[in-house]
Design a protein around this ligand. Sequence first.
Ligand code: ZN
Ligand code: ZN
Length: 367
Amino acid sequence: MKAVAVFPEEHALRLVEHREPTILAPGDVVVRVLDVGFCGIDREIASFRTGSSPADSSYLILGHEALGEVVEVGSAVRRIRPGELVVPTVRRPCRHETCRACRMGRPDFCLSGEYTQRGIKGAHGFLAERFSDDARWLQPVPRELRDVGVLTQPLALAETAIAELEQVQKRLPWAALGETGGSGKRAVVLGAGPVALLGAMALIVRGYKVAIYSRGGRGEKAEFAESLGAQFVRAEEEKLDSLVHRTGRIDVMLEATGATPEALAAMEHLGRNGVYLMTGIPGRRGAFTLDAGHLLHGMVQRNQVIIGPAHPSAEAYRAAIQDLALFSRRWPGALARLISSRMTIDEAPAVFRKPAAGLKQVVSVAD
Ligand SMILES: [Zn+2]
Ligand SMILES: [Zn+2]
């Protein structure tokens, strides 16, 4: 079958003919791939800056944001049936007996750091005609989400951050009075890419008043934000302190810029008891300097929390699938607009080498 693979040693990226996946254990499932989205991490792997092949392979099949249809299940699989749509999670457990997290099926909290990530680190991804996996790493998706289910993984990043935010907000004295969720609270989303816009939707449905603060993005992104009921503020036109002055205290900041220095410096404008949520990993694109003394002084004085959940749990994928259904009802047609272009698997290698265009680019592997 066809797959798109990167050869880290050779510095090459091309279509390969990969062996057909099969059921090897009673818990396995074979999935026919429908859609695969790609993001900044894929581009970094495609330019050989990160990513590693499985130990027994000279190449790594790309793709970690996938939607597929189950074609075959092992004898022990009960939860998932052929014909169902599924989204695979990305991280798989390490082999250490002493890693409590992985032994409990929670590689999102892996203690050894030797987990693998499909399509990223030590395990093949999903940008192929089919893949196989243990059923426990697959989340069922309702048929009505066929066209937008590929957005589950990027939304799961924001869902993880929001779930941790809700944990932290329980510390506030008024949480015991039943005042939870976002009602009456203000959130600023930093960035206007797919994770930012999906995160903004997830905050809005929880009752937050949301402003999306981003460089550029005039036109389509601003119009999209406004159609959600969010404010769109261009960083070139208004400084954050003026935004705070105009709208009031910011309770939550959701960073979805890939952790740029500007986005991290923005935490200076977070309000008292506020929470700063990171979805990016600082320094991925090179080192930078921030006045940590100044920023952390403010964080401590204002009783703030920074959360940087690295990886979504299965729970976060389930929350994302539920939210996609909710977003589809609340904003008909909006999710489909986040998918800026679709291409075939044959066209994918060339597109990976080009700079990103629009919002989410998706490879339509099959109908
Ligand atoms: Zn991604
Ligand atoms: Zn582990």
